[in-house]
Write a protein that binds this ligand. Structure first.
Ligand code: 5U1
Length: 672
């Protein structure tokens, strides 16, 4: 029988181990033990604490979610004010900021001041107070002087240490950071809220702020929040660091989470380089950022610069172009796609968003229009992130007038006039005139010429529209009987560009079986399926003769895809078209169906630049051996292959404990 003294010792041991494992998992993204081991120790601690409740301490990992729901948030006075940042939207704003710094610090142009560059996390600012190393207070920013006490909620965030690490911490410490919700957690939260008819959040920032301001800490605990710390406020009985870089190192050493993308650079040129690099990486980061922050590194220089009102002169937020903006829906049209699907598109009052002027945004399908209740005349939030097609996020109902008009679902194709159809179980409506609808023809030519298909450079949207509208091209095979004379009959076509297009068309004749299959535009057959089909059959005729059973025997091909493939090759006009394309000279190297399937069941994710081959090539070779190659890392990923400058997929792999291999190991696998 364990004595109370023994139990006390074991509890201390368990708390130490669990805190350490938790730190490795949540802060360092490097799990030390499997989840099951953590859970086992956690249960053991819970068990012992239930036998001896008097041994429970507030810093126990079992006590993160313990407090009863509050009735209101108390006010908290920050020991030092929480500042805000001046924003810069243009390079000129940033150059002015830098010039003012040089003037005040009396620096020569040749001197390069040191800046610390950080991603600007789109979350909600918090102030954490540690007394004698223990988390005793956590508050929102509020007005910068007085915030709200959200300690019980912050305690539920696993990456926030309840006790500082390392022993050498000040008696009192204020730490500043941003609480955020990752894209993954945000999407999960919204998906489950939609399913249960609950409230969804418009973006991760609102989700983080809303989750922190819950009166019941149990709700916060269920929201998977995280934190990045970026500074300190008051520090009592301890040496104050001399630079911002030193602050970050110290904060990290105390077990708090600091963003891994932070960099110290020289001069404003270094800041611009950082802005570009992070901007390029932005869509790959697992969390939302809305810009970058530049801070003078040396505190001696920061002190000289001082503050204006609530913002320091030594720091600046260089914002990315906003990814969401408000605008008005002027109309809702229906666009006909390659496979005849009619997609509702919102025509918008032009608005500058995500770095471009947007005047159209997809509404996906009628179910979505109805779910979001978008009407003509509504004010809407439009989102354009990276190269993703702009979309309508939601309607600002508060601005709806009585003049808005609901969308009328068309009964006829807006391009060819055919009666539209809606198949059972499908959300979409379609134009069934596959052979005669010019919209479908134009889209199938765009698809045929696209990069993943036959890659005909220079055959742009405008030219395709003209070629189809004047009747020079009636199907994709007609591309191969185009001549310079025909192109020159079109408006604004010069000889040189006509020659270039003809050359690109000629070049496209040499392709691969997989690209050809993809180019045909068979419904449900994307690049990966086309690759699988090519690899399996190795020959077009065999594929054309395959029945549903033959197709379903292939990895990842289900009844739906199989049925689309069979139907496609069954239709005479498709077979005629294929004959015409082959007669025009389209050819590919003979493909030997791969029998070596030793990577069957293995899933690879590639990140970073490879040296010996392109990522596309690596993907094809892995797929040829039966492996699956996907874009995102999950628990089901077998290997993450890292090339030069790997992206956030590497971080995710570490977090999930997925095996990480380099290019040399990949080559070994490929060579067996
Ligand atoms: N990354 C980061 N965000 N952020 C916000 N650093 C940072 N620093 C801030 C704020 C308000 O303020 C300090 C410069 C005082």
């Amino acid at each position: 029988m364990a004595t109370k003294e023994n139990t006390k010792t074991r509890i201390l041991e368990l708390k130490k181990m669990l805190n350490d494992y938790s730190y490795h998992y949540y802060v360092l993204d490097q799990p030390k033990v499997p989840d099951a081991e953590y859970d086992r120790l956690f249960r053991e601690l819970q068990n012992l604490e239930s036998q001896y409740p008097e041994l429970i301490t507030s810093d126990s990992p079992t006590q993160r979610v313990g407090a009863a729901p509050a009735t209101a948030f108390k006010q908290v006075h920050h020991a030092t004010p929480m500042l805000s940042l001046d924003n810069a939207f243009t390079e000129e704003d940033v150059l002015n900021f830098n010039r003012r710094i040089y003037e005040r610090l009396e620096l020569a142009d040749t001197e390069k001041v040191e800046y610390v560059c950080e991603p600007k996390i789109d979350g909600t600012a918090v102030n954490l107070v540690y007394e004698d190393g223990r988390l005793t207070q956590a508050a929102t920013r509020g007005d910068g002087v007085i915030g709200e006490d959200i300690l019980q909620n912050v305690r539920t965030i696993s990456s926030v240490p309840l006790v500082l690490h390392g022993g050498k911490y000040p008696k009192l410490l204020e730490v500043r950071g941003e609480v955020y919700m990752s894209h993954e957690s945000f999407n999960k939260l919204n998906a489950s809220a939609s399913k249960s008819g609950g409230k969804t959040f418009v973006n991760p920032r609102n989700a983080a702020a809303g989750s922190l301001r819950q009166l019941d800490p149990k709700i916060t605990a269920s929201r998977d929040l995280d934190i990045f710390c970026y500074g300190i406020g008051k520090l009592q009985d301890g040496e104050f660091p001399k630079s911002h870089r030193e602050v970050l190192t110290k904060v990290k050493s105390w077990g708090l989470k600091v963003n891994a993308e932070i960099k110290v650079v020289k001069g404003i040129e270094g800041c611009f380089d950082y802005y570009k690099a992070i901007g390029a990486k932005r869509s790959e980061l697992p969390y939302e950022i809305d810009g970058v922050v530049y801070k003078i590194n040396e505190f001696a220089q920061q002190d000289i610069l001082g503050f204006v009102a609530r913002a320091p002169r030594f720091a600046l937020a260089h914002k990315f172009p906003a990814e969401e903006e408000l605008t008005e829906v002027t109309n809702i049209d229906f666009q006909v796609g390659r496979t005849g699907i009619l997609t509702p598109v919102a025509r918008l009052k032009p608005v500058f968003v995500g770095g471009a002027t947007v005047s159209n945004a997809t509404l996906h399908n009628m179910d979505e229009v109805l779910r979001k209740d978008v009407r003509i005349g509504d004010t809407v939030i439009v989102r354009r992130a990276g190269d993703v097609i702009p979309e309508v996020v939601s309607v600002v109902l508060a601005r709806r007038t009585k003049h808005t008009k609901a969308v009328v679902v068309p009964k006829n194709c807006p391009v060819c006039g055919s009666k539209v159809v809606k198949s059972e179980g499908e959300v979409a409506i379609r134009c069934p005139n596959y052979l005669g609808c010019l919209a479908q023809l134009k889209e199938s030519i765009r698809h045929f010429a696209s990069r993943g298909a036959l890659n005909i450079k220079g055959l742009g949207d405008e030219l395709i529209d003209k070629l189809v509208d004047v009747g020079i091209i009636k199907n994709v095979a007609d591309l191969y009987s185009l001549s310079q004379e025909k192109i020159l009959t079109l408006e604004r076509q010069g000889e040189k560009s006509a020659q270039n297009i003809l050359q690109a068309i000629d070049k496209s004749k040499r392709t691969t079986l997989a690209k050809f299959i993809f180019a045909l535009g068979i419904r449900e057959v994307g690049e990966v399926t086309a690759q699988n089909l090519a690899m399996h059959f190795g020959d077009l005729t065999k594929l054309m003769q395959a029945n549903a059973g033959d197709l379903e025997a292939i990895t990842d091909i289900g009844p739906r895809v199989a049925s689309e493939v069979v139907t496609f090759f069954h239709e005479k006009h498709n077979r005629v078209l294929i004959q015409k394309l082959l007669a025009a000279g389209i050819n590919w190297p003979k493909q030997i169906p791969s029998t070596d399937k030793r990577l069957n069941g293995k899933t690879f994710v590639l990140t970073g630049t490879l040296i010996a081959m392109s990522r596309d090539e690596a993907k094809e070779r892995l797929q040829a051996l039966g492996a699956k190659v996907t874009d995102s890392v999950s628990k089901n990923t077998t290997y993450v292959v890292t090339g030069d400058s790997p992206g956030s997929k590497l971080d995710k792999a570490k977090k999930l404990g997925v095996e990480i291999i380099d290019e040399r190991q990949l080559l070994n696998i490929l060579q067996g």
